[in-house]
Unconditional design. Structure first.
Length: 715
């Protein structure tokens, strides 16, 4: 929708210069704010003037950009105030002393100038008396303005005041039909009261009754009318508004559940308010308005304390806690503490209430939290619970197989992981299961294909992996579910890194960074930054690449994510090695190896990289101790070579245990190259030939091309 709106505005600007105004930014909602941010990025190239008005408490992030100018609007001076008084009074010429008094008391605040002038005009011959009754403006605009507005409402009569109060309870804008249903005023008097309010300039009218709608001239006018309602009358009005909306306006109830929640909350109907807030949040999630969804769900959780019935309170809390995890994952990250707390509480409530209808989605959310937090034993236990629970439901079974597959993959059990991914793929039905993107925050078919591509690469099928990932990306672009599309962009760049294709990795990482930045997905934005940093370093931009990798690592860590951190650290170690800083690279690898625990899928590559960096360290020494003939240097060099050989052998053993043919090929190539340098050609060839000959695809990938070139040298 944002893209369509921006295209429309750009199209208008190409036809003629455009003026666009955003008013009252201090009240802006997150989604509108996001649209404005995107618009300001693009407007510099368009023939367009964009005005954004706000109170001082709003802090604009765009100040300092070359195409943005900040103007502070000062209060009106005496001359401008007098001119405004003259404009408002029109043909009624006010005496100079009255104009001077208005100028003195309004202190250059335009709205108050207008309101006080109208109050004087409505007082007619008693203008001087009206002024003397007004308190001085001083530094309390709301109080003084409120008094002025209430005085004007009072002069319009009790019916007009009651109508204004009823309209204010509905909102800043209200329709005649709803107002007529709740106001305690006969229709002829209602029409007359509305006409008086419009003639006084307190409301703007559009259309004619019963099709008319009305808008308070300013939010302060609505506040003034609403603020005079006694508590009982206020609750009664909101109760009637909610009841009428439910009875006669089902389209509003369907489209604006948050509006119903507001009226129910003000009416003291706490349970109904929470139910509508939950409905509004689910609607917001479906539209990817995650910030709004979290705000609505937290408001519902706050209201729970007003419910006396514990059973009802627990039931409603379960609805809220089981829903809030998805938007929290999107805006905070999958391993954010708030995510774990929400799903843990939801699981507790499921057990307390004996509720099985929510349990599957709750357990899946909890599994995801444990998985990304790298608590793989806990994740495996929850995945087993999901499989036990899901035997009768294809959708739940699909998610359970996907959860188990991902955990097994993280543990380095690639073949078992592929079996579960294949079962998930067989169960997936796009028409039936695409809606799971709302419940679980991710489109299951896209993520299943994406992670299947990972497993296929490890198992030695690089072309099938690329084909599968391409399908996932195409599907994500078709579905246009933002979080799933960010996943597909991110993991496409990731697979290109597996294949050692820096140019392609850079291109895909840029797309990931741009989209995740626009959508506010910190997790994928961080990973894209790491991958782009690796690509930069691989292409000789070592300093910039290392800087970006470190920035991405810090940003990813801020989300609470621990899973795959050893893998990401290996990219930093490799970049250090490329820049001649083998010692720093080895230090980073030691950190990565120390935190492996159960997440063993990348273990073989960590040991291989350690061997490579040990050889880099040996080759990069330039101190006197490495001079030929120095016995100590020869001994030390032999130790480095022995350690490197041991690391390569360890990598091969781990890869074989995990059936990771791609990592076995890399480690075998590294060891064969070392043996070749020692003159052990036959031994190197005997190691590498069976590994290389196992492959049936991917012969244009760098790993297989390097192995083939080395074999040619060994013949």
């Amino acid at each position: 929708m944002f893209a369509a709106l921006l295209r429309q505005i750009e199209g208008l600007a190409r036809q003629q210069p455009v003026l666009m105004v955003f008013d009252d930014l201090h009240w802006i909602d997150p989604s509108s704010r996001e649209l404005l941010d995107r618009l300001i990025e693009r407007v510099a190239a368009w023939p367009m003037l964009l005005l954004a008005l706000f109170r001082p408490e709003f802090q604009p992030p765009w100040v300092g950009q070359p195409h943005v100018t900040l103007l502070t609007l000062a209060r009106l001076d005496r001359c401008d105030t007098a001119a405004m008084v003259a404009s408002v009074s029109g043909d009624a010429c006010l005496p100079p002393e009255v104009v001077a008094e208005i100028t003195e008391r309004t202190d250059g605040v335009p709205l108050f100038v207008e309101e006080l002038t109208r109050a004087v005009l409505e007082a007619g011959a008693q203008a001087s008396a009206a002024l003397s009754a007004m308190p001085h403006y001083g530094h309390s605009v709301p109080v003084t303005l409120h008094a002025s507005l209430m005085a004007r409402l009072d002069r319009l009569g009790s019916a007009a005041r009651e109508v204004a109060q009823a309209g204010a309870a509905i909102g800043r804008e209200f329709g005649y039909d709803l107002l007529a249903a709740i106001a305690d005023v006969p229709e002829p008097q209602l029409r007359e009261a509305l006409e008086r309010l419009a003639n006084a300039g307190l409301v703007f009218a559009r259309g004619t009754p019963p099709e008319a709608s009305y808008l308070f001239k300013h939010a302060l006018v609505q506040d003034a009318a609403y603020g005079t309602l006694l508590r009982g009358r206020r609750q009664s009005l909101h109760h009637r508004i909610a009841a009428i909306l439910e009875q006669r306006f089902p389209e509003i109830v369907q489209a604006q559940p948050a509006l119903l929640a507001h009226h129910c909350a003000e009416a003291g109907l706490t349970g109904e308010a929470i139910t509508y807030l939950h409905r509004a949040a689910k609607q917001a999630i479906a539209r990817s308005a995650m910030v709004e969804a979290v705000a609505q769900l937290r408001q519902g959780l706050t209201l729970l304390t007003k419910l006396p019935d514990e059973a009802v309170r627990r039931r409603l809390e379960l609805d809220l806690q089981s829903t809030i995890g998805v938007p929290l994952i999107v805006i905070k990250g999958m391993a954010a503490p708030e995510v774990g707390q929400a799903y843990a509480r939801a699981r507790e409530l499921c057990f307390q209430l004996g509720d099985t209808s929510h349990l599957s989605s709750v357990l899946f959310g909890l599994w995801w939290f444990y998985e990304v937090s790298a608590d793989l034993q806990a994740a495996h236990e929850v995945a087993e619970q999901l499989l036990d629970l899901a035997r009768a439901d294809p959708a739940d079974l699909l998610q359970a197989h996907r959860a188990m597959a991902h955990t097994l993959f993280s543990m380095g059990k690639c073949a078992s992981a592929l079996a579960h991914f294949e079962q998930a793929t067989a169960l997936y039905d796009p028409q039936r299961h695409r809606s799971l993107a709302v419940t679980f925050g991710q489109e299951p078919g896209i993520l299943t294909q994406g992670f299947t591509a990972h497993v296929l690469w490890y198992l030695g099928y690089p072309d099938r992996a690329l084909e599968t990932m391409s399908k996932a990306l195409a599907q994500a672009q078709e579905v246009a579910h933002p979080f799933s599309l960010a996943f597909a962009l991110d993991h496409t760049a990731w697979l290109r890194h597996y294949r050692r294709e820096p140019a392609e990795t850079w291109e895909r990482a840029d797309a990931d960074i741009e989209f995740s930045g626009e959508q506010g997905f910190p997790f994928f934005l961080a990973q894209g930054t790491i991958l782009r940093g690796w690509a930069l370093a691989e292409q000789g931009l070592h300093v910039e690449g290392i800087t970006q990798i470190r920035q991405g690592l810090a940003a990813r860590e801020a989300t609470g994510a621990v899973l795959v951190r050893p893998y990401w650290l290996s990219l930093l170690a490799q970049a250090y090695g490329r820049s001649g800083r083998a010692e720093d690279g080895l230090r980073v690898l030691d950190e990565a190896l120390a935190m492996l625990h159960d997440q063993q899928v990348w273990e073989a590559e960590l040991h291989r990289l350690r061997g490579e960096l040990l050889l880099h360290r040996l080759g990069g020494r330039d101190d006197a101790g490495t001079a030929a003939g120095d016995a100590y240097a020869v001994t030390e060099a032999g130790q480095f070579i022995a350690q490197a050989e041991s690391s390569f052998w360890h990598a091969i053993k781990v890869a074989r245990r995990q059936q990771s043919k791609s990592l076995e090929l890399r480690a075998g190539t590294s060891l064969a190259r070392l043996w070749k340098s020692q003159g052990k050609h036959a031994k190197a060839r005997d190691l590498l030939v069976p590994i290389y000959n196992w492959f049936t695809e991917g012969f244009d990938a760098p790993d297989l091309k390097d192995a083939k070139a080395l074999l040619d040298e060994l013949t």
